[in-house]
Design a protein around this ligand. Structure first.
Ligand code: ZN
Length: 288
């Protein structure tokens, strides 16, 4: 059965239940509420969190990993990690016993419910690392049109770096970029001039002028390979026609519209954050 919890997520990303006491945290704000007994939180944890099978953002099936400490000499602890293979969203449940007071034998239980949090962008994208921006884009493709031209150029460079491991990528865009924003040298040592066009409207069609500019630059630079990466919905008929005519004259031009770029951002997504959190928890367990 496919189960997802409702969006938006609650305004905290860590719930700690210490022997029946509920503490809610927010990794950006610090804390939300301590020692509470909130029915809405309990309901969410009990009815949604543990049963979930589908990523609430992209509806992909979660991968679910189980962790169990089998060492008899240590205090028992175990947990689950749910991770989305597509958009990198994850959540974690952790249960452990711990000695609260070394003088007595009293043992308490601790439970953690943790959900990954993406920085909120409010429809605008500030400067940030590309992996965060990529994650925001997988959840809200409309954000492609809110990137600044420079931000988009850097992201295009990251997309090529992440998709083509054995390549060299150089961001060369600037006021005097001469129509080239990114230089991409593939594993076959072919040099591609990439022109990045960040269109602010989702309905824009990339026209023939962009192609002519790139071809002009390729001619001047003696380059055989070119790419137009654009957030436009698609390329015009005339633009595609020019690309075809260029190929008959030995110049290869690839046209990447928003849909194609969107399918290339997977390798830019952040990976492994849940493993870092797990390492921290396990380190604390061992110190108990
Ligand atoms: Zn997902």
């Amino acid at each position: 059965m496919l189960i997802e919890y409702p969006l938006p997520l609650p305004p905290f990303d860590l719930v700690e239940v210490e022997t029946g006491m509920w503490n809610l945290y927010d990794s950006e704000e610090g804390y939300v509420d301590f020692h509470v007994n909130r029915a809405d939180v309990q309901k969410w944890i009990n009815e949604g969190f543990m049963e979930i099978t589908v990523c609430p953002y992209c509806q992909s099936l979660f991968d679910i990993d189980t962790y169990r400490n089998e060492n008899e000499n240590e205090i028992p602890n175990w947990g689950y990690v749910w991770s989305c293979p597509k958009c990198a969203h994850w959540q974690m449940y952790w249960w452990q016993r711990h000695h609260n007071d070394p003088m007595t034998d009293s043992v308490e239980t601790l439970e953690y419910h943790i959900i990954s949090k993406v920085r909120s962008f409010d429809g605008k994208i500030p400067d940030g690392v590309d992996s965060e921006i990529a994650q925001a884009l997988t959840r809200d493709p409309g954000l492609w049109h809110h990137l600044t031209p420079r931000r988009f150029e850097l992201l295009v460079a990251s997309i090529f770096k992440a998709n083509y491991r054995h390549s060299e990528v150089l961001h060369v865009g600037g006021p005097d970029d001469g129509g080239v924003d990114v230089l991409f040298v593939d594993s076959g040592n072919r040099q591609w001039l990439i022109q990045a066009k960040c269109r602010q409207s989702p309905r824009v069609v990339e026209g023939v002028t962009t192609l002519r500019n790139l071809l002009g630059t390729m001619f001047l630079e003696d380059a055989l390979y070119g790419i137009v990466a654009s957030t436009a919905d698609h390329f015009s008929y005339r633009a595609r026609e020019v690309a075809q005519r260029a190929s008959k004259r030995g110049r290869v031009i690839r046209l990447l519209d928003k849909g194609k770029l969107h399918r290339m951002i997977g390798p830019v997504l952040p990976r492994g954050a849940e493993k870092d959190v797990l390492d921290i928890i396990l380190a604390e367990v061992r110190m108990d």
